[in-house]
Design a protein around this ligand. Structure first.
Ligand code: PMP
Length: 356
């Protein structure tokens, strides 16, 4: 089976096999360990160290393991940093950034820094360097737009006064990150880094010191930082699996190598579509195309349905576009092997020949 799901997404066979052997030890599986035990602590802190290595993360950043998905971060971020008298600037590049913006607007004062809505979110707005309005608490972007299939290639130059936050749900661990341009990043593990359940939050330590204290303890970044993400029971098994994924990423040659492979996988599908005489119509403009989620339409909804049906018959699943926009979507996360792309490419060519 070739799994192109947008998330939860495919995991490498080696990682599942290792989990089967070690994670399900009949005498004491990872799921049954106390989160206060030395065995679990080794997994917990080991996973953190591995994430730091994989991401080449400078020491002035902390890594937190939280729950509630990126969706909770839409609310936690403003609760911690959007204090009265301040505003938060959001770049709207699709449905997830709309949601992040709406949630922050329920908590404090916000403004839209830039938006791609008038272009049906086909492009990432061009911002060379940040010029925030006065009293901006932070700026927020979505680095990869899972639903529309667009991605930031280069991040704007930092203005150093105002922190930049990135929802990296669907591209963290898929390419190198320039940490001089980001102050907080968050992502659920379920696309490039493991199963659902744990949300990885990466945050600059000195910024954490400014976080609001007068909020429920469980929603305070400082609470989780002070207790090393063991304030309450963490999602132990997901953290374990994320650790295995980090080992796997390193074994593939690290994020640099996966980045090359991801770019190559995506460019093969885009190139096929560009040579299809508009049979396959990519949603994203050329300069904003996502390497993670390739979204496209066929000439009719009937053909799209037939495409999905025939793909499923050839054991390719997860190609249906998000229900909010329709069409088709190929998700090409780290664990999607090049041979899955060979298979899909071959199928797309045959399907086009038959139906154009
Ligand atoms: N942001 C982006 C870019 C996403 O792709 C998703 C999930 N598809 C979310 C946020 C929401 O994540 P979660 O379901 O983990 O809350």
């Amino acid at each position: 089976m070739f799994n192109f799901n947008a998330g939860p997404a495919t995991l490498p066979a080696e990682v599942k096999e290792r989990a089967r052997q070690k994670g399900f030890d009949p005498s004491l599986s990872v799921m049954e360990m106390s989160h206060r035990s030395p065995e679990y602590e080794a997994i917990h802190f080991g996973t953190k160290d591995k994430i730091r290595q994989v991401l080449n993360l400078p020491e002035d950043f902390d890594i937190l393991f939280l729950q509630g998905g990126a969706s909770l971060q839409f609310a936690m971020l403003p609760m911690n940093f959007l204090t009265p008298g301040k505003r938060a600037g959001y770049v709207i590049t699709g449905s997830w950034s709309e949601k992040a913006y709406e949630e922050a607007s329920r908590i404090g004062d916000t403004y839209i820094y830039a938006s791609g809505a008038s272009e049906q979110y086909r492009t990432i707005p061009r911002i060379h360097s940040w010029e925030p309005e006065e009293n901006t608490a932070y700026l927020h972007i979505t680095s990869n737009n899972t639903i529309y299939g667009t991605q930031w290639y280069t991040l704007p130059e930092s203005c150093h006064k105002v922190p930049v936050c990135a929802d990296m749900s669907s591209d963290l661990f898929s390419r190198p990150v320039d940490w001089s341009k980001i102050d907080i990043a968050y992502a659920g593990a379920q696309k490039n880094a493991g199963p659902a359940g744990v949300t990885i939050v990466i945050i600059k330590k000195d910024w954490l010191e400014d976080a609001e204290q007068d909020i429920p303890k469980i929603l305070s970044y400082q609470t989780h930082q002070k207790k090393d993400s063991l304030y309450n029971t963490p999602p132990t098994f997901s953290i374990y699996m994320t650790g295995l994924m980090m080992d796997w990423i390193q074994a593939q040659g690290g994020v640099d190598q996966l980045y090359k492979q991801n770019a190559e996988k995506a460019s093969r599908i885009y190139s096929l579509m560009d040579h299809s005489q508009h049979f396959y119509q990519p949603h994203a403009d050329k300069l904003s195309r996502s390497m993670m989620n390739v979204t496209f339409r066929l000439p009719s909804v009937e053909l799209e349905n037939l495409f999905l049906k025939h793909a499923a018959e050839e054991e390719m699943i997860g190609l249906k576009g998000h229900r909010s926009i329709g069409g088709c979507r190929v998700s090409l996360y780290n664990a999607v092997p090049p041979k899955a792309v060979d298979h899909l490419q071959d199928f797309m060519l045959r399907f086009m020949k038959k139906h154009s």
